[in-house]
Ligand binder design. Structure first.
Ligand code: PEP
Ligand code: MG
Length: 930
């Protein structure tokens, strides 16, 4: 999903001297062959031309200009739509221009709109600047009435064909323009099929369609209380208006909200000569992508149907044929199509999604646009296009969004678990990734379950329609029984990164009984779990475990390599263990920005020793425990240094309050009470002895826990304060760091340790702790006879530290923003409580736009960071500054960190690839804005 709202203002009409907007000389309508003029009108900027004509209209004009066979037509501009929506009526002069344009296409085609000799029929389609597949309305075959239908029968000698067109017009006009429920029409067709004893529409005869047409007119009359308009111009006028209005329909608004498209762009209306793919077996219609939209392979893919009309293909109602079969059916047309696809790809320097119709052996392109594709395909196509010389590396990097890389690394079904999983069906693998969820059979249920009950849902439908988008967005994945690779379900799933399997023909959905059956014996009821493998197109019963994939994809590796060449800010990783460091390095990290040393203390063999250290009654006892911990910590650091050979490793000294290492107060009180009760029931001396000794130990723990107890431990004795109060502990850690570093260096490893002191709020704290620890470092280096290049520094995670960063930088050689704590302390809220509590409501009520623990609060926390960088570098110009809070992997935060000149961002190893790309985007953004 895009991070910014997609918007481009369209130039507004002129304001007259009286302050009123004058439309008299506004050009509202452009013929496809006037695209040069439209471009000139907006200052020869193609992006603005797309805003004016909509993506589809602009491309139709552009294709016409390129010499691609496009049925003649014209575009009513988005300006006209906006003027219409503002004034609730066509703007002055628009309709007259539309009529004049109709006369122009009459000239180009030799046909006459509303004429009875050689009638011209047109389509009316929406087309906004940014593609919104299936979101807006279309009416086909405009221009037909009873009399013209008879003329057409005469001309084509095909009564069946003409009445099929006519009923489609009434059906689309009725549902799209007048709001008649589509089901009312579908019921008529279904019962006619039954009556005729056939199973598919293609078997219905001319007489059937004539009857259906008559019935459709009656339905139209019943629902609208008026007759179907017989005047073609009236049809055109109302259809134009309906497209304008559909911009503000619910599904369009939902889609725009989800895709981040601005609501004030408006849609253009494209009126175009109809060409027919359903005029016999020498005709066909199809949709195709110039490359494989799922894998990115440079092989055109698509679906077509012989003797069919366009919507039959996308609706997924009839089983389509794969594009390559067109080669056998119509070889010359197939070759011509491939040549055109190649020409369009080269022209737009992007993979194209094309609609075509073959009318009596003549190929027409109805539409082309940049094709929607999976994250995998996006990456592969971007890399391939650089290698083909179509785009440069910067453009390739820019095209792939960090969120897509995120998706790339999405979980897949666990291959081991799959061996015993029950595969229940297979279909088309149209959108990759794994999805596990409960079956929901309609969009509203899916949305309700997901949003209100927090359930994971898989939406299962025969096919999806634009009205289902809200359910699809709320679902983990999508499963349909019908439809091909270019079906609505496939397109939307790919765009939003939802795993999807479509066209599972053996799936029968019984909406009344809220269940689906596969074959004879598998029944899945609504609410039961299934798992989808969108990468392979397989459906499994139940919940299959998922795994996060490794990034071995050579295209991604190449693209991220280019991102590294572009980005200015470093990408490091937060890693505690050598295996995490190793993974971080494989993912492209250039250092460790945070090793939380206390994590190792929680390991089961170490915890008793840590507890022994905390419970020590005197220094000797404490030192005994620390002596045991020292080799363990040394081993931890040794592994990290070796994994990060040649790169910096920031090791943070112990941070959490000590009570976290002891059993909880409540637990101890409960256990003591239990033991005391049990004591009364023991009979043997050994039992009593054992219980008494446990009581003594627990009692001692309880006293210590009580002693350590604080009202607000997160704001209490932790971080640097601990180091000051128990210097032996941090001294042991520093000894372990330097002993490991010296040994590694002796072994030829290039070590760069950086010791980080947490939670400082005053320079004096740092002075005390750092002086003590530097002495240990020197001592170890002398003992070992080795000199190590090292740094001492601090985390900045308290506002006071940021505000006095100039003083702190006098001691610290580096800063690292701990934005988890810095956000807590700046907002004065506890992350643990807030995220699960009021923050959700704050976001719902728009009090906060985003969760400040996920995306950095730039105006507040960000301001402190910026100030700290400036103050710190005023004291120490070469001060190294980074970020290691969770925000370090968030693309928006990375852009901010780039802006304020941090040296690096540090994030979890899994987010390193996303961060590398986001950092490159930040640098490219600078370039674009300067
Ligand atoms: C932070 O506060 O941002 C940080 C990295 O430290 P921790 O999350 O361990 O408190
Ligand atoms: Mg912290």
């Amino acid at each position: 999903m895009s991070e910014q709202v997609l918007s481009t203002p369209v130039k507004s009409p002129k304001t007259g001297s009286n302050g009123k907007v004058s439309h008299a000389d506004t050009k509202w309508v452009y013929l496809f062959n006037e695209v040069d003029e439209a471009e000139a009108h907006v200052g020869n900027n193609w992006d603005d031309a797309r805003a004016l004509l909509g993506g589809k209209g602009a491309n139709l004009g552009d294709m016409t200009r390129l010499g691609v066979p496009v049925p003649p037509g014209f575009t009513v501009t988005t300006e006209a739509c906006n003027a219409y929506l503002k004034n609730d009526g066509f703007p002055e002069g628009m309709w007259e221009q539309e009529l004049a344009a109709v006369r122009e296409i009459e000239k180009l085609t030799g046909k006459k709109f509303g004429g009875t000799d050689n009638p011209l029929l047109v389509s009316c389609r929406s087309g906004a600047k940014f593609s919104m597949p299936g979101m807006m309305d279309t009416v086909l075959n405009i221009g037909l009435n009873d009399e013209i239908a008879e003329t057409m029968v005469h001309l084509t000698n095909d009564r069946r064909f003409v009445f099929d067109l006519y009923r489609r017009l009434i059906q689309m006009f009725g549902s799209v323009v007048m709001g008649v429920p589509d089901e009312a029409f579908e019921v008529v067709i279904t019962s006619r099929r039954k009556l005729a004893g056939v199973t598919s529409d293609s078997e219905l005869k001319a007489a059937d369609w004539e009857v259906i047409t008559r019935r459709f007119k009656e339905i139209y009359r019943t629902f609208t209380r008026s007759d179907f308009p017989t005047d073609p111009f009236e049809q055109l006028r109302l259809a134009t208006e309906a497209v304008f209005k559909s911009w503000n329909g619910r599904r369009a608004i939902d889609y725009r909200n989800a895709a981040g498209i601005a609501h004030d762009l408006g849609t253009a209306v494209n009126i175009q000569t109809m060409v027919y793919g359903n005029i016999g077996d020498n005709s066909a219609t199809g949709v195709a992508m110039s490359r494989d939209a799922a894998t990115g392979e440079d092989v055109p893919e698509g679906d077509f149907l012989v003797n069919a009309q366009g919507e039959d293909v996308v609706a997924g109602i009839r089983q389509t044929q794969p594009l390559e079969e067109l080669k056998a059916v119509m070889p010359t047309v197939y070759d011509e199509f491939l040549t055109i696809a190649d020409k369009l790809e080269k022209h737009y320097r992007n993979m194209q999604d094309m609609e075509f119709t073959i009318e009596n052996g003549k190929l027409w392109l109805l539409q082309t646009r940049d094709g929607k594709r999976t994250a995998q395909a996006e990456v592969k196509i971007a890399v391939d296009m650089v290698e083909e010389g179509l785009i440069n590396k910067e453009e390739a990097v820019w095209r792939v969004k960090p969120a897509q890389v995120d998706f790339f690394l999405h979980p897949q079904l666990d291959s081991v678990a799959l061996k015993s999983a029950r595969k229940i069906a297979a279909g088309l693998n149209v959108s990759p990734g794994a999805a596990v969820g409960m079956v929901a059979f309609d969009a509203d249920t899916a949305e309700r379950w997901a949003k209100e009950d927090g359930r994971k849902v898989i939406m299962v439908r025969p096919e999806t329609k634009p009205d289902d988008v809200h359910g699809m967005l709320a679902s983990q994945g999508i499963l349909t029984s019908r439809g091909g690779r270019t079906s609505h379900a496939a397109l939307v799933a790919r765009q939003f990164g939802k795993p999807a399997v479509v066209g599972v023909t053996e799936l029968e959905i019984d909406l009344d009984n809220r269940s689906m059956t596969i074959g004879e014996d598998i029944i899945v009821r609504e609410g039961e779990w299934i798992s989808l493998d969108g990468t392979r197109g397989v459906v499994y019963l139940g919940q299959v475990p998922t795994v996060v994939p490794d990034i071995k994809n050579p295209y991604l590796i190449k693209l991220l390599g280019w991102a590294d060449e572009i980005r200015k800010i470093g990408v490091w990783a937060n890693a505690d263990y050598p295996r995490d460091a190793q993974r971080a390095r494989e993912y492209g990290a250039q250092g460790i920005g945070l090793c939380r040393t206390e994590h190792m203390f929680f390991e089961s063999v170490r915890l008793p020793i840590v507890q022994q250290m905390i419970m020590a009654k005197n220094v000797t006892e404490r030192n005994e425990a620390l002596e045991k911990l020292l080799p363990m910590q040394r081993g931890d650091f040794d592994g990290l240094f070796r994994a990060m050979d040649g790169q910096p490793v920031i090791i943070r000294l112990i941070d959490p309050p000590l009570h976290e290492f002891l059993p909880s107060y409540e637990e101890l009180v409960q256990r003591l009470a239990d033991l005391k009760v049990q004591l009364q029931h023991f009979h043997t001396l050994s039992e009593i002895d054992e219980a008494l000794s446990e009581i003594r130990v627990k009692q001692a723990y309880l006293e210590r826990v009580e002693g350590l107890r604080e009202q607000n431990p997160m704001l209490g004795t932790r971080g640097v304060r601990l180091g000051i109060l128990i210097p032996e502990l941090t001294k042991m850690q520093v000894r372990a760091i330097f002993e490991a570093a010296c040994q590694c260096q002796k072994d030829g490893i290039d070590v760069h340790p950086e010791v980080m002191i947490p939670l400082t709020f005053h320079v004096n704290e740092l002075q005390v702790q750092q002086t003590t620890l530097e002495a240990v470092a020197k001592e170890v280096m002398e003992e070992q006879g080795v000199q190590i290049a090292y740094k001492f520094g601090t985390m900045i995670e308290i506002p006071r530290a940021a505000l006095t960063a100039d003083e702190i930088a006098g001691v610290a050689q580096f800063f690292s923003f701990g934005t988890n704590d810095l956000t807590q302390t700046t907002f004065g809220i506890s992350r643990d409580d807030a995220e699960a509590g009021f923050l959700v409501e704050y976001q719902q009520r728009n009090i906060l736009e985003e969760n400040p623990f996920g995306t950095l609060d730039v105006p507040g926390v960000g301001k402190l960071m910026k100030m700290a960088v400036e103050l710190g570098r005023a004291t120490r110009p070469d001060l190294e500054v980074g970020i290691c809070g969770e925000h370090g992997g968030d693309p928006k935060t990375i852009a901010f960190c780039h802006q304020i000149g941090l040296n690096y961002v540090s994030c979890s190893p899994f987010r390193v690839p996303i961060a590398r790309l986001a950092a490159a985007h930040a640098a490219l953004n600078d370039k674009k804005n300067n």
